[in-house]
Write a protein that binds this ligand. Sequence first.
Ligand code: KDG
Ligand code: MG
Length: 412
Amino acid sequence: MHLVKADVVVTSPDRNFVTLRLETDEGIVGLGDGTLNGRELAVVAYLQEHVVPLLIGRDAARIEDTWQFLYRSAYWRRGPVTMAAIAAVDTALWDIKGKAAEMPVYQLLGGASRNGLLAYGHASGKELPELFDSIREHQAQGYKAIRVQTGVPGLKSIYGIASNATYEANEGVRYDHEPAQRGDLPNEEDWDTRSYLRHVPTVFEAVRNEFGPELPLLHDAHHRLTPIQAAKLGKSLEPYDLFWLEDVTPAENQEALRLVRQHTTTPLAIGEIFNTVWDYQLIIREQLIDYVRSAVTHTGGITHLKKVLDYASQYQIKSGMHGPTDISPVGLAAQMHLGLAIHNFGIQEYMQHGERTDQVFEQSFTWQDGLLHPGDKPGLGVDLNLEEAAKYPYQRAYLPFNRLADGTVHDW
Ligand code: KDG
Ligand code: MG
C-alpha cells in the first residue's frame, strides 16, 4: 500500500490547527496533527516544501523506517518545527495502519492496559470565589483531578487565567484559556516572582480547606522561576499534597532540576516544550522528574513518544501528556491511544475543544466518570470534515509574553 496524496490542511475554527491528510492507493486516509501554537505556518512550510515531496510513492506500512528517514536524512535534527512535522506524518501513518488492520490504534500498540484515562481540567479564577466556582464546574463535568491557576496581587494578567470573556461576549463562541491571541502582535503581560511565590501557597491552602484532602490538584509554574525559587515553591506547597508541580524552571536547563529535587518532595512534571528523547536523557536517568509532559504532536509522533515513555518506565516515571486546546483533536486522539496502551500512564490533560472545532473534527472518543477512552473505531477514530474546515481560514495568532516592572522581558 503506497501513499498517493498528501495535503496539509490549515483551519481555524476556534484557533489554528495544522493537519496532514495522507491518502493511499487503496483509498485509506490517515490524519496527523502538526499544530505548533503561534508558529503554525512554519510547520506548514516544512511539510509542504520539504516533506510532502518525499512521501508520495512511499510504502504506507513502514512507519519506523519513514520516521528514521525523515529524521536522519534532513541532517538538521530536533526542534519543534521539524518534530511537529515528523509527528504529523507518523501519526497519520498509524491512523492508516489501524484502518488497514481494522483495529483502533491502541490495539496495535499492545492493547488496553486500563479501562480509561484519568484526565485533569483547568480551573482558574483571578480571585478565590471565581476559582472555587471554576473548580466546582469542573467537578460537575466529571473531572476527578484539577489544575489550579489564579491571579496574583499586583499583576494585571497572568498565564492560565481565562482571558476570553470579551471574545465570548462578542462572538458567542467559547475560546480557551491558552490563547495564541488572534491579531498582528502578541499581548504583553506582566510578572512579579516575589508576589507569585508569596501568593500561590495561600491559594492552595484555601483550596484544600474548601475541597478537602482527596482531590488531586496540579499547578503550572510555566517556566518562570529560577532553580532556587522553584525549590522554594515546591517546599512551600508540600503541605497541600500536589499531584504535580509543572515546568518550575525553564526547560532548556535540565540540570536545574537537580537543585529543585534536593529541596522538595512535591512531584515534578516537565516537557511540554521538549521534542525528543534526548531532551529527557539526564532528567529521566537521574530521576529528577515524576511525569513526562510531552505531546505526541510535538515529540515526533506516537513512535517517538512511546520510546520516551518506555525509557521513563524504567525509572517509575509516568506519562502526563500535554493536552491543551492547541493539541488538535487528532493529536489528542493519538495520545489517548498511546496512554491507554502503555503501562506507565499517569494522567491526561484534557481541556475540551470548542463547538466549531468539534464540527471540523468528527471524533469518537468518550468522556465518562472522569475517564477518557479513544473509542474502538479503526485507526485514531477522527475524521476531518474538509467542507467545515474550509470555512475557517488561518488567522495570525501569537502567544503572549511577559515584562517585569522595569521593562525586562521575562518567560511567560
Ligand atoms: O501553546 C502554549 C500552551 O500549550 C501552553 O501554555 C499550555 O502550559 C500549558 C499546559 O500546561 O497546558
Ligand atoms: Mg504547561
